[in-house]
Design a protein around this ligand. Structure first.
Ligand SMILES: *Cc1c(COP(=O)(O)O)cnc(C)c1O
Length: 353
């Protein structure tokens, strides 16, 4: 694939690693290409980071045809930069595209684009502990008409943002509220696709939880409001007795790459891992009789996020004394160890630039 390169004539000064935060600072360039029905993808280019110019009738603004991905580039101790399972993000993006009738990008082209772009912005990968270069590929329907029909024009971009350590003040367990009113997704809908619309549907419950002092909501299934699905922007796992339980992928849950990696890791280490239906009643019972030992969310941003308190219909349950559990800590250490190249990658998950 040919990628035109237009160098930014005014590169920015690299930010102070202590002030990074999440998604506030962007690198000097962005990748961009366009799709036209009948012609396919064209005009692949890496250009100076800038605002976009879009038509006010742009499909994505009116009908929500937008999908995205999130992954990180990590600076190893030897100075090299590596990605974590990027092909998984590319495959998931294509599944999301298929669901929203947006055009797919052939896997080899997408990987080539991603690696070429990250090489261009490599210098922006910070090296302070816990910091990384967050990559945000995204695609949107870009027809210039209010007519509702399948997408004839789409735009794909990758932007990059150096991000700080998620856990600057140590790993603090979060408080989660079980939501039994709003639902995020239903089977047959777009729950398994990483699309902006799912987030729009989540906003009200998320906001409500925040005003009550909870950091995120735990979603129940959209039909019976009975089975655990996932937490905010993370998948969720519970250690109940000796079993690690995570909701099975029924179509309304986002298939996280962190989730998949943890399942593979724990299985290799000999743990009993079950992907199954888990009802909120079973979870409540396990909290009452003390068999719930640990609970955590998992996703690219936080890796793992221990859950210290769960609230369900005004009942508050403390998990593991409100502290991070042994297994949660082990998962954090192992995954971050592989991602930053501090421990050997026996799975072949990492891709060096
Ligand atoms: C991205 C995302 C996740 C986590 O996926 P990872 O690939 O592990 O980062 C979980 N749930 C939702 C809703 C997401 O958007």
């Amino acid at each position: 694939m040919e990628i035109r390169f237009e160098k930014n004539p005014n590169p920015a000064k690299k930010p102070d690693p202590a002030s990074l935060g999440f998604g506030k600072i962007f690198t000097d360039h962005m990748f961009m290409m366009d799709y036209t029905a009948g012609e396919g993808w064209h005009d692949a280019r890496i250009v100076p980071f800038s605002n976009l110019s879009i038509h006010p009738a742009c499909t994505a603004l009116h009908y929500g045809s937008e999908i995205f991905e999130g992954l990180k580039a990590y600076r190893r101790a030897d100075g090299k930069v590596q990605l974590f399972r990027p092909i998984e993000n590319i495959r998931r993006m294509n599944r999301s595209a298929e669901r929203l009738c947006l055009p797919e990008i052939p896997e080899e082209d997408a990987l080539d684009i991603l690696l070429t772009f990250v090489r261009t912005e490599e210098d922006w990968t910070p090296s302070a502990p816990g910091t990384s270069l967050y990559l945000r590929p995204f695609m949107f329907g870009n027809d210039e008409t209010l007519g509702v029909h399948s997408v004839n024009h789409a735009t794909f971009l990758i932007i990059a943002s150096p991000v700080g350590s998620y856990y600057k003040e140590g790993i603090n367990p979060v408080k989660i509220m079980i939501e039994d009113e709003d639902v995020r997704a239903v089977r047959g809908g777009t729950g398994y696709a990483k699309c902006g619309g799912n987030y729009a549907a989540s906003n009200r419950a998320g906001h409500r939880a925040e005003t009550r002092g909870y950091s995120q909501v735990l979603w129940l299934d959209g039909v019976e409001r009975k089975y655990i699905e996932e937490v905010g922007a993370m998948n969720v796992m519970f250690k109940i007795g000796d079993e690690v339980v995570t909701p099975k992928l029924t179509g309304s849950i986002l298939p996280g790459i962190t989730r998949k990696s943890i399942i593979e890791l724990l299985t290799k280490e000999g743990y009993k891992v079950s992907e199954r239906l888990l009802s909120v009643d079973e979870l409540a019972k396990s909290m009452e009789d003390g068999t719930l030992v640990e609970a955590w969310g998992c996703g690219t941003a936080a890796v793992v996020s221990p859950i210290g308190e769960l609230c369900y219909r005004d009942h508050k349950y403390t998990v593991n004394g409100g502290k991070i559990g042994e297994l949660t800590q082990h998962l954090y250490d192992t995954l971050t160890g592989i991602q930053w190249g501090k421990i050997p990658d026996e799975f072949g998950w990492t891709v060096k630039l």
